[in-house]
Design a protein around this ligand. Sequence first.
Ligand code: FAD
Length: 420
Amino acid sequence: MPHALATHYDVLVVGGGPAGSTCARVLTAGGARVAVLDRAEFPRVKLCAGWLSPGIWDVLELQPASYPHGLWEWHTCHVHYRGKDHAIPCHGWFIRRYELDQFLLRRSGAELHLGTAVKQIERDADGWSIGPYRARYLVGAGGTHCPVARMLAPARPRRAVGVQELEFQLDASSVARTRLGRDGEPELVLFDDVGGYGWNVPKSDWLNVGCGTLDATAARGAWRHTHEHLRGAGHLPDTADAELAHIKGHSYFLFEPVHLDAAYRDGALLVGDSLGLAHPITAEGILPATVSGRRAAEAILAGDPASYPARLRRDPVLADYRRVHAGMAAVGKLRDRLRRLTGRPGASAESPSPEGASVASSSAPPGTPPATPSGNEPARPNGAGNGVGSAAIARGFAWMFSGTPLPARRLLDLVLRTGA
Ligand SMILES: Cc1cc2nc3c(=O)[nH]c(=O)nc-3n(C[C@H](O)[C@H](O)[C@H](O)COP(=O)(O)OP(=O)(O)OC[C@H]3O[C@@H](n4cnc5c(N)ncnc54)[C@H](O)[C@@H]3O)c2cc1C
């Protein structure tokens, strides 16, 4: 039943994170009347390391120098893998989500209805209504538990990844004394089986520490190992431990091609985590969230919202994710074939270390529970490694982490059959 005193918009956006605010900004710039509804008051805490890869600035139409809040640019990524530390030259940024999300939402130009938890959504012949707000189009940008996504029910062939994280403020000099590299340089603790990684990111007087695992049930154990490793290496100030008792968990979905099938239905569009778009290996989610917000808005402004899934598939960022996903599936198949031929359970390009499965054994499609040595306990991050292969894996991971676009895309499309 439509509300008697309804306020009319062109688009209702549920969720004011990077996906929702980017969508709203493109829509308002195109002349649409937009309302963003978020259950939180902003600024709000969002669990996230705050790493941005270089592609983000174009999507946001923002220069790093114009961003008015904390911004840490880095040129070296420190990867600890199989008992060794690798300092790898590559490039990216860190921000604090507390600041970025508030900044993006305020500059969107949309009408903001904050502290508004969306529970009930109704559809009639003219469009969508949420309480007293009505619009022709509805955008679901509410993250993993988005109420619009519940309605459109994207297929989920894999389980969500599990993540633990805390960002907390402490004395800048103790952060500077204990950090591995320069301010803002990430220290990544890649688990032996490559089923996840931990991180430690110094942001001046803030520290962001956490870990993520493909198997969500392994996240707590992975955090214990990450913490032990960082403490043992002397990379955490003593005063951090009391804060770290408050670490929190969350989960979200990595990109799967089939997720895009639910991107649009009947005037409703899903963007960002509500659709499940994070990078299949690194779990980077801010870039695909903003990309999808932009593509959804462009489809609406073009008067052809049903073109949104195709626009998303064509986008170079998502097209690379499809290639990575297909590459991982191909490696998984090859590994299974090798296993059958050799009769060895872990046949792979690199011998497994005593403490974790090899990289080839963890190159299964994303979301596949990693082959961990003890059920829910992840492979320990301090296993001894085989030098050359381990260094290559650490380098490859840092390269992925810096968000470098894939090379030789045409060739990859031919080999992986990922062409349009
Ligand atoms: C611990 C952790 C670390 C991460 N680190 C990184 C990183 O370093 N770099 C990176 O790129 N990605 C990272 N990610 C992933 C990234 O945070 C997400 O992919 C990204 O935030 C997705 O943006 P979004 O706008 O889709 O959703 P969100 O940022 O989750 O925003 C969703 C919004 O919807 C609102 N909402 C939810 N339900 C309702 C409702 N019923 N009614 C109204 N509002 C609602 C929420 O309050 C929220 O503001 C990390 C994730 C986690 C959990």
